[in-house]
Write a protein that binds this ligand. Structure first.
Ligand code: DAH
Length: 347
């Protein structure tokens, strides 16, 4: 057993003298002592041959040595520190890297998704249509009279003008209502999110590209009361359980009667502030009962079926929800603005 004692002394004195100045040396030392073929490991191998009456004494000793070796390696690791892994030209390879900032959803995408999810919860499905549309789906089938101002070049981007059914960039997502009525079986319950285009000068309140969500519900016996309830449900999901709505008579060619919807101001709670211009109300959408002419244009029997429709601007809802007072922020992609929404919750 004296051989083993010697080996133990040898390992101990080596451990005592151990000095490392780089991480690499520490790793080599770890392998030398504690690796599969390391000297401490070898002692444990030899332990098997120790006579039974000595096993207790040697066993304790070996465990101590293993502890000492592990502690020593750890101590060396800390002593050489993180900074000692040098690259070919001496640079510190152990420096932590610069983390890439994580991207996040654009606020307009977040709100569009929230709007869609609110309606999906109560059974609406999502329908989409083309951004390049024809006159029929954007105007004609929606009961726009031939000389309606929306059809003029000042308002609409036309792509081809030379024939009876010109191509244009859709000015609203109501075109998807028409496509849905033309192709889907009744009853219909859809929301149609999408990008729309208008020939407008860019300002704090207007842009030539923006987003809308259109809604359409057609079945037997659908009434204005159903429309009110759907919109109240939406307003409370989007702006909080205390939100109230009011409906003002309005006009759209494709609905009769038509209405504009205001929601109670979520900032001053109706008292009047500069966001709601002292009125306590914020306009959020247009809506109405689908005009029988529109149903008939898409081949739906207006005597049997009725329906409601609504349309809202996604940027407008986002502006009201987050009190952003300039629409242009949503299009400039300034990271300082976008990062404000990186923790915004999605429903
Ligand atoms: N299409 C209208 C717009 O772009 C919004 C709208 C109003 C849609 C009333 C509707 C509606 O479905 O019923 O301003």
């Amino acid at each position: 057993m004296s051989e083993m004692k010697e080996a133990i002394e040898q390992v101990l004195s080596e451990l005592n003298e151990l000095k490392c100045s780089t991480q690499k040396e520490v790793e080599q030392a770890r392998i030398h002592f504690l690796g599969k073929k390391g000297s401490v490991t070898a002692l444990f191998d030899e332990f098997r041959t120790v006579a039974p009456e000595l096993k207790r004494e040697f066993g304790q000793r070996l465990n101590e040595i293993k502890k000492i070796a592990t502690a020593k390696i750890e101590e060396m690791k800390t002593a050489v520190g993180e900074t000692s892994v040098k690259g070919a030209s001496g640079e510190d390879l152990s420096m932590p890297g610069d983390a890439f900032p994580l991207g996040s959803r654009h606020p307009v995408s977040i709100v569009r998704q929230q709007i869609v999810d609110i309606f999906r919860k109560v059974g609406y499905t999502v329908a989409e249509g083309p951004e390049i549309e024809d006159d029929w789906h954007v105007f004609e089938a929606l009961n726009f009279p031939p000389n309606h101002p929306a059809r003029e070049m000042q308002d609409t981007f036309f792509i081809s003008n030379g024939h009876l059914n010109p191509l244009l960039l859709r000015t609203h997502t109501s075109s998807v209502q028409v496509r849905t009525m033309e192709t889907q079986p009744l009853p219909i319950r859809v929301v149609c999110p999408g990008r729309v285009f208008r020939n407008e000068a860019i300002s704090a309140r207007a842009h030539c590209i923006f987003h809308q969500v259109e809604g359409l519900y057609i079945d037997e016996n659908v009434t204005f009361a159903d429309l009110k309830q759907a919109i109240l449900m939406f307003a409370r999901e989007m702006f909080g359980p205390d939100a109230e709505i009011r409906m003002r008579p309005s006009y759209f060619p494709f609905t009769e009667p038509s209405s504009e919807v205001d929601v109670s101001c979520n900032i001053c709670h109706g008292k009047g502030c500069n966001i709601c211009k002292g009125t306590g109300w914020l306009e959020i959408m247009g809506c109405g009962m689908v005009d029988p002419n529109v149903l008939e244009a898409s081949g739906i029997d207006s005597k049997k079926y009725s329906g409601f429709a609504f349309g809202m601007g996604v940027e407008r809802i986002a502006m009201l929800k987050w009190q952003v007072n300039d629409l242009r922020h949503y299009f400039e992609n300034d990271l300082r603005f976008l990062e404000e929404f990186s923790t915004a919750t999605e429903v």
